[in-house]
Structures are given as structure tokens and as C-alpha cells.
Design a protein around this ligand. Structure first.
Ligand SMILES: [Zn+2]
Ligand SMILES: [Zn+2]
Length: 339
């Protein structure tokens, strides 16, 4: 019989199929393919993007020229713009504000033919350093409440025109609903138990090990108990930390290692799956006195990796539930058996 599982971090329900075996051929997704037409994110094409706002460069190289390992530029077709005032207002019963924010593209490598899981560890460390540097910089803008960092790999994960390995960064004037749900759940759990809900779950996953997929000195990865997507993975720092930007240099290296290990396992097991990668971090605290008083102790930043190999259907839109055809215990076993 299938199971209905509740996600402890969000309260969302998932219907988990009763399956004991799975083959990549059970899924019908478009494998990652690389476009070969002109690409503005390749080294030597720097003039085709807006001027860079951050880069990790070789000594002696000049801004907006070649000689970089990671390069951050404003999106040339941004969903939100950095210029202007928020001007929050009402229209009848409805709230609205101007589309103010930042939308940046992080070119993860100068080379067109390398995906994130194919990069060297020191190259992935540079990407993580770029995320941290941009987050710290955008914190200085008092209009922004949240920095969303995500990646769309492959067409079915939303990357329709760009096949160069990039991530998106969006600074938002509001905290996204999905993050707020997690923050409220974590705060309520802490109010009762005086413990971090994420620390409790991490310890249980490390003891139980049936959903564990990778581990090193600083990080642990597992398939979440109520995974929404087949082969969904989450990566958590082992020591409690609410803020991604406080990741230490040694932890940056171990994050790069576990991230590459998980992405390589997914790639080998599923054969080039499209996926979304999301960083779930705490918001900036702005004049909301008394609202997130315990966030330092109750929230625990993490990464989610969501392979997009099964379609979201009317059922998911109508119910807010997800249907997952691959239980996380089976997903974890499949990933381990390929190594
Ligand atoms: Zn390129
Ligand atoms: Zn914690």
C-alpha cells in the first residue's frame, strides 16, 4: 500500500508510491544536452553581458575581460530591477509594490563544456565563495529581505536557452512563502522543545542511515523522509548554523565535496537528469522586532536538490500534495549501489 507522509519542516503531505525497484527507463525526461550556439557566459565573450558586479580573477586580469574562474553579472532580462523605490501600497483589498530587487547570473565556470558536477573541487569552492560574497554585499541594501540562490540544470528544470553552467541569485524585498513556512515551523518547534528541528532530524538520519547518501566531516546528505520528487536530496551542515554566509573556509571545501558527490551520483544513476538546486537560507532581519527572536537557534540553512524527472500534474496543483513514485529509502539505495 502507498503511504502518506508529512514533511516535518513544512507540514506538507506527500503520497509515496509502494515501489521496491526502479530503473532510469521508468522515467521519460529529456536528458541534459549542451547547445553550441553563441554563449555570452563563455570566457572571451564578456562584452556580451552587462558589466560584472563580482568575479574571482587571476592576478593581473582586468574586469570584464578573460582570466576569471567565477563571474557574476546582472541578468540582462531581470525579473526585478535594482533601481527605484519599493512603494508598497494598496489597490482596493490587494497589496502591491514596485518590482524592485536584484537578479544576477553567476557564471560558474569560464568553460562551456563543463557542468557543475564535472568541475574541480577548488572551482566549486570559488562558486560557493561568490554566493557568500554576493549575499553579504546585498545585505547592505535596506530594501532587501531575502537572497534566493538557485540553479536550473537542463531544459526540464527551466533552463531553456542557456546550457552554460550558471546559477541565479535574486535579492527580494519580501521573504518567500516557502521559506517563511519553514521558519514558522522551526520557531514553533523550538518554542516547545528548545531544540533545532533540523538538528534533531539530522541526528536521526545519521543514526538510522536508510536515507543517508553521503557524509563528510562537516556535512551530511540524505533523501528527505517526505521527498516531493523522485531522488530528491538535501544537504545540511552538521553543526548548527542558521546563516549560510557564516560557512567557514574549511566547511566551504567540504560543502563543495559533498555537493559534487551527490550531483555525480545522481548523474551516474539517472543519466543526465535535469534538476533544480535551491539554497534555503535565513532572511535578513529588518525592523521586525520580536518576530524572529530565536532564528539564531531554531533555523538551520540547507541545500535542496530536486531532480525534475517526473511531471507535476493537476493532482499536485489541485491538492498541494505531491505524488512521489520513488520512496526516499529506495532512492538512497539506488545511489549507493552505483558506487
Ligand atoms: Zn558558454
Ligand atoms: Zn540546527
Amino acid at each position: 500500500m502507498s503511504q502518506m507522509r508529512k514533511d516535518i519542516f513544512t507540514g506538507r503531505w506527500v503520497i509515496m508510491a509502494e515501489t521496491t525497484t526502479v530503473q532510469p527507463s521508468d522515467f521519460h525526461f529529456k536528458r541534459f544536452t549542451r547547445e553550441t550556439k553563441f554563449c555570452p557566459f563563455c570566457e572571451t565573450n564578456e562584452a556580451s553581458t552587462p558589466p560584472e558586479v563580482f568575479a574571482i580573477r587571476n592576478p593581473g586580469s582586468s574586469a570584464n575581460g578573460p582570466g576569471w574562474s567565477v563571474r557574476v553579472v546582472p541578468n540582462s532580462a531581470p525579473r526585478l530591477r535594482i533601481e527605484g523605490e519599493l512603494r508598497a501600497r494598496a489597490e482596493g483589498f490587494h497589496d502591491l509594490m514596485n518590482g524592485v530587487g536584484a537578479h544576477e547570473i553567476i557564471a560558474e565556470t569560464p568553460y562551456h563544456d563543463r557542468s557543475l558536477h564535472e568541475l574541480e573541487i577548488h572551482e566549486i569552492c570559488d562558486i560557493i565563495r561568490a554566493y557568500i560574497a554576493r549575499r553579504i554585499d546585498l545585505k547592505g541594501d535596506p530594501r532587501m529581505r531575502y537572497v534566493l540562490i538557485f540553479k536550473n540544470h537542463g531544459q526540464e528544470a527551466g533552463s531553456h536557452t542557456v546550457s552554460h553552467s550558471i546559477s541565479h541569485l535574486m535579492a527580494l524585498p519580501i521573504t518567500p512563502r516557502t521559506v517563511k513556512t519553514k521558519l514558522i515551523t522551526a520557531r514553533d518547534y523550538f518554542a516547545v522543545k528548545e531544540r533545532c528541528i533540523y538538528c534533531d532530524v539530522i541526528q536521526q538520519e545519521q543514526r538510522d542511515r536508510t536515507r543517508l547518501t553521503a557524509e563528510n566531516e562537516d556535512f551530511v546528505a540524505f533523501a528527505p523522509f517526505a521527498s516531493r520528487f523522485p531522488f530528491e536530496m538535501a544537504i545540511f551542515p552538521k553543526s548548527h548554523n542558521s546563516a549560510f554566509s557564516r560557512t567557514s573556509p574549511n566547511q566551504v571545501e567540504n560543502l563543495a565535496k559533498i555537493l559534487r558527490e551527490i550531483l555525480q551520483k545522481l548523474d551516474h544513476t539517472l543519466g543526465g537528469p535535469p534538476y533544480n538546486l535551491l539554497l534555503q537560507d535565513r532572511p535578513f532581519l529588518r525592523h521586525r522586532g520580536g518576530y524572529w527572536n530565536t532564528i539564531e537557534d531554531d533555523f538551520h540553512w540547507h541545500v535542496e536538490i530536486l531532480p525534475q524527472i517526473a511531471r507535476i500534474t493537476g493532482f499536485e496543483w489541485a491538492s498541494g500534495f505531491f505524488y512521489n513514485p520513488v520512496p526516499p529509502e529506495l532512492a538512497a539505495r539506488c545511489l549507493s549501489s552505483h558506487y
